[in-house]
Design a protein around this ligand. Structure first.
Ligand SMILES: NC(=O)C1=CN([C@@H]2O[C@H](COP(=O)(O)OP(=O)(O)OC[C@H]3O[C@@H](n4cnc5c(N)ncnc54)[C@H](O)[C@@H]3O)[C@@H](O)[C@H]2O)C=CC1
Ligand SMILES: O=C(O)C(=O)Cc1ccc(O)cc1
Length: 295
């Protein structure tokens, strides 16, 4: 049971955790803080939080669990702002989409309390953001990755794991670097590709005409280009190396496809497309490999 849960960043990710834990009766009081006063008020109105704090210090005072769910570029300033006000026993965790940068920020700012920081990442979300996008079942049957480091207190990791399990999530542990490489491939690169494609089409004078004839495939591929620009800027800058390395591989692949089309090399295209189809068909049929549930 959590007595006082502090949510820093009461948007989709923070708000959904608060709603899930409240729904399970697992928390006595939820205090929320977001930089935007509008978000704080909305979170109160929607029953996501019981109390809106006016500052980071007020939000974390007396909290036994602190969940930081702000864009990655704001993590450092949040850790700086809470460090001196945390209760001695407080456990701190986060939902940032890439872990190395967040872990470095927490290490730099939290001092002694760094051992009570459990880095985490819910592999669950949508293209929507803000408190109004939050919903209590977001994490059900979804994966949560915790990336504790050598300094992390194992009892703190166990508590954070238990908290996520209450939301209906499956919790896994990974090391930080592996997490950032894997997520760059399955989440960060696809978002960059979708933003680029939709951005490119939006530049065309005949964009509306072109989109009028878009089929379901375009809708599927482009949904994530509706995601928040600040959040994705921060993820790209925060997981720079892994994303750049994948982009380089991706460029190679696209160049080879370009060459094959130019040379009317249908065999090459059949080879690439059929290997991709086989890989996707087999893995999507296996729920242990790819999460088939709706986002
Ligand atoms: N959106 C998604 O599908 C997923 C997002 N994440 C990660 O979760 C974190 C939060 O994302 P969302 O909930 O989607 O964002 P959001 O935009 O819905 O909510 C973020 C909240 O943080 C507040 N905020 C921004 N800067 C702040 C600051 N300096 N101090 C205090 N509050 C501040 C905003 O006012 C907003 O209320 C990000 O780090 C993101 O990478 C992780 C998994 C999925
Ligand atoms: O909307 C989608 O399909 C997503 O991929 C959501 C998402 C965004 C960022 C994450 O770190 C994890 C999940």
């Amino acid at each position: 049971m959590i007595n006082r849960l502090a949510i820093i960043g009461v948007g989709l990710i923070g708000g959904s955790l608060a709603l899930a834990l409240k729904g399970k009766g697992a928390v006595n009081e939820v205090v929320g803080y977001s930089r935007s006063e509008d978000a704080r008020q909305q979170a109160l109105d929607l029953g996501i939080i019981d109390k809106a704090a006016d500052s980071l210090a007020e939000a974390v005072s007396g909290a036994d669990l602190v969940f930081v769910a702000v864009p990655m570029g704001a993590m450092n300033s949040v850790f700086e702002g809470i460090a001196d006000y945390l209760s001695p026993e407080a456990i701190i965790t986060d939902g940032g989409s890439a872990k190395a940068q967040v872990v470095a920020a927490a290490k730099q700012c939290l001092g002694e309390k760094f051992k009570q920081f459990v880095p985490g990442h819910p592999i669950a979300g949508t293209e929507k953001s803000g408190p109004s996008a939050a919903f209590p079942t977001l994490y059900e049957k979804h994966r949560i990755v915790l990336t504790p480091v050598s300094e992390t207190d194992s009892a703190a990791t166990a508590k954070v794991k238990a908290m996520w399990q209450l939301t209906g999530a499956d919790v896994f542990e990974m090391n930080v670097e592996h997490h950032d490489t894997v997520l760059a491939a399955t989440s960060h690169l696809p978002h960059v590709l979708a933003f680029n494609l939709v951005g490119m089409l939006a530049e065309r004078n005949d964009c509306d005409e072109v989109l009028r004839y878009a089929a379901g495939g375009f809708r599927d591929f482009s949904r994530i280009a509706s995601s928040d620009a600040v959040m994705w800027r921060d993820i790209c800058l925060g997981n720079q190396d892994a994303i750049l390395s994948l982009l380089e591989q991706y460029h190679q692949g696209i160049k080879q496809i370009e060459e094959a089309i130019r040379n009317q090399d249908g065999d090459y295209l059949i080879d690439v497309f059929s290997r991709a189809k086989k890989a996707r068909d087999s893995r999507f049929a296996d729920p242990n490999l790819i999460d088939n549930s709706e986002v």
